[in-house]
Design a protein around this ligand. Structure first.
Ligand code: G3P
Ligand code: MG
Length: 348
């Protein structure tokens, strides 16, 4: 029978290890919550058997809703409290871009119809548009005449629900003059296609694959990005310049670590007012165990950021052993519960 885990560790170092959980393929498979996830979080939050609470955050390349709504949904699903400051989504680091683009029009791509536009507005984007239909572009004008809109950027907030339409409209804008639908830059003039002269395109994550309830990993936003860049090269001869967030980007891990720092600091000071708006506070300098299913995002990001990495077998990774993982984890475990148990045993 395992005794109260972690207590001895706290007596020696005083800083409990912290945990960062990926969601798809670790805590959930599609809409199914893994039972091991519930038990792992019970252990960490001291709801049973332990006398310590271990700080944790969820860092997902998923998105499509505001962080508060996602955290409330996860609280119900997991049976432990997940506060707004404990969740980082793929597009969370787009929040500061709302200052950069302020009242300039931006095209918001991905997710279910209007939801990502509402997230963009919640972040402070003043003129966020979802891709118009062909009719709205050509014949039927909604409350806006797109021939008069100069888009300043394209932000792919979440996985696309219509790859064909989104690929067409993103490339319509990237090839346009000044970001106006229905125009086209001269492909014969290379100076028009340099990085600084291309319309900025932001992808919220690079996931080629991700794990849900299906028996095989699914293609993610990274596959769409690859398609868009390949078609762009084919029709213009130029490389698509773009910025990609989410795991494994340092921006996502920097933000996650500063969130962890402020959450722990707030807990120590007995309050919960935590700065969510990307003004980076110091990063957390204690030991962090990241539990993930995708070597290319979770393990690569954790390793690159100096966190411990626990690769689980409930999502993308299907290999025999760690040599099959493109990015070598600290350890491979069957699922999140065994991963948490291993980490706490290791911490003493
Ligand atoms: O769209 C979700 C997918 O890209 C991966 O999500 O939670 O495994 O980072 P997650
Ligand atoms: Mg995952």
């Amino acid at each position: 029978k395992r005794g109260p885990v972690g207590a001895r560790f706290l007596q020696t170092t005083g800083v409990a290890p912290a945990f960062a959980f990926d969601i798809d393929g670790v805590l959930k498979q599609g809409e199914n919550v893994l039972p091991e996830a519930k038990e792992a979080l019970q252990i960490l939050t001291g709801n049973n058997r332990t006398s310590t609470k271990f700080p944790f955050i969820c860092v997902t390349n998923g998105g499509g809703t505001i962080e508060l709504a996602r955290s409330q949904k996860l609280t119900k699903e997991l049976g432990v409290e997940v506060a707004e400051h404990q969740i980082v989504q793929s597009h969370t680091i787009f929040r500061p871009l709302a200052v950069k683009y302020g009242d300039k029009p931006v095209l918001v791509v991905g997710g279910l119809s209007n939801r990502c536009r509402l997230v963009a507005e919640a972040y402070g984007f003043k003129h966020a548009y979802i891709p118009p239909t062909e009719r709205e572009l050509q014949y039927v004008k909604r409350d806006v005449d797109f021939s008069k809109i100069e888009f300043a950027a394209v932000l792919v907030f979440h996985d696309s629900m219509d790859w064909g339409r989104d690929l067409q409209l993103v490339l319509d804008l990237v090839r346009s003059e000044k970001g106006v639908f229905g125009t086209h830059k001269d492909v014969k003039d290379p100076s028009l296609w340099t990085a600084e002269n291309q319309l900025p395109v932001y992808f919220s994550n690079p996931d080629m694959l991700w794990g849900n309830e299906w028996s095989q990993p699914r293609f993610g936003q990274g596959a769409l990005q690859t398609s868009i860049a390949a078609v762009f090269k084919e029709v213009t001869g130029y490389n698509l310049h773009r910025t990609t967030g989410g795991k494994p980007s340092k921006a996502t891990y920097d933000y996650s670590s500063s969130l962890l720092f402020s959450a722990i600091q707030a807990a120590r000071e007995g309050h919960s007012n935590i700065d969510l708006h990307g003004k980076t506070s110091p990063t957390f300098d204690g030991r962090v165990y990241m539990v993930g299913d995708n070597p290319a995002s979770d393990i690569a990001g954790a390793n690159g950021f100096g966190w411990e990495s626990i690769l689980v077998r409930t999502g993308v990774f299907r290999g025999k052993d760690e040599n099959d993982a493109a990015h070598k984890p600290t350890i491979i475990q069957p699922n999140v519960l065994e991963g948490v148990r291993w980490a706490l045993e290791r911490e003493g």
